[in-house]
Design a protein around this ligand. Sequence first.
Ligand code: PLP
Length: 357
Amino acid sequence: AFNFCAGPATLPEAVLKQAETELLDWRGTGMSVMEMSHRSDEFVSIAETAEKDLRELAGISDDYAVLFMQGGASSQFATIPLNLLGENAEADYVSTGIWSKKAIAEAKRFGNVNVAASSEDSGFTTIPDQSSWATNPDAAYLHYTPNETIGGLEYDFVPESGAVPLVADMSSTILSRPLDVSKYGLIYAGAQKNIGPSGLVVVIVRKDLLGKARKETPTMMNYQVIADNGSMYNTPATYSWYLAGLVFKWLKEQGGLQAMGEMNARKASKLYGFIDDNDFYANPIDPRFRSWMNVPFTLADDALNGEFLQGANARGLLNLAGHRSVGGMRASLYNAMPEAGVDALIEYMTEFAKERG
Ligand code: PLP
């Protein structure tokens, strides 16, 4: 089967097999990773190796702390303003879809938010040109969402933010291609797409941004506390951290982010090319900003959606229904989706359009 779910998403089969082999007895310790003390030498080596591999993969320098936190990306919508916004400052946000709107709504609970640009008028089908953004040069940070998972809208550029720290919700695009971490103040990503199990959230934060949390910030949300304690202020999500480590190793074996980027570009352009060439299917997004990771598409007749999904399921093409808020279909093509999955989907779509178009 090929699982096109937007998240939790398909994981590399080799990773799941290794986890299965090690499930009951991790490397002769007689324990599952799930049963280990997070303070044990064994788990500390698993945790440190995962961080080291992620640093190597994404080229993360010592100027940045890497935090393995909990509560998913959504908890970061509050954690970020609590840590970075300060008492009377303002933060800039760019609104490009459902996830950036959620981040904005949460930040507004903690201070002044300036929506510097929005593509809501277009139905979130494009990214406003940066020359039109009304940013505040004194903002505490500039937040954007590089890939809108639901809309299937993705930046093809990194915004310029000058001296203002750039903050990115990379939940659905992290590790999908080469990444220049030095352009960012903070990157965060819920793990359940390109990293591992849900609940875990990886935060990469420039160290000079630590130690600025408001005094009422809950301890568990204070980046400085989490960094000082090696993400072990409390009991971390040990098994998720371990699985993330297996995914990082797998990514290195695949040739790293350069190789991933090439494969992901190929998969996406194949599917978009097919959709554009076939009158039965359509994708509404400005071609320049089409997501490599999440490809939404509609059928010529919505009444056929149920039948399309049923037929897909019967072939092992799973979870192609679009998000409940937008309908239609969505094929998520994260790192672990092999090119063969895209080929199988296109074959099915071709047949379906012939029969029912
Ligand atoms: N941000 C983006 C871009 C997402 O795609 C998601 C989830 O799919 C989230 C945030 C929320 O993540 P979580 O469910 O881990 O809170």
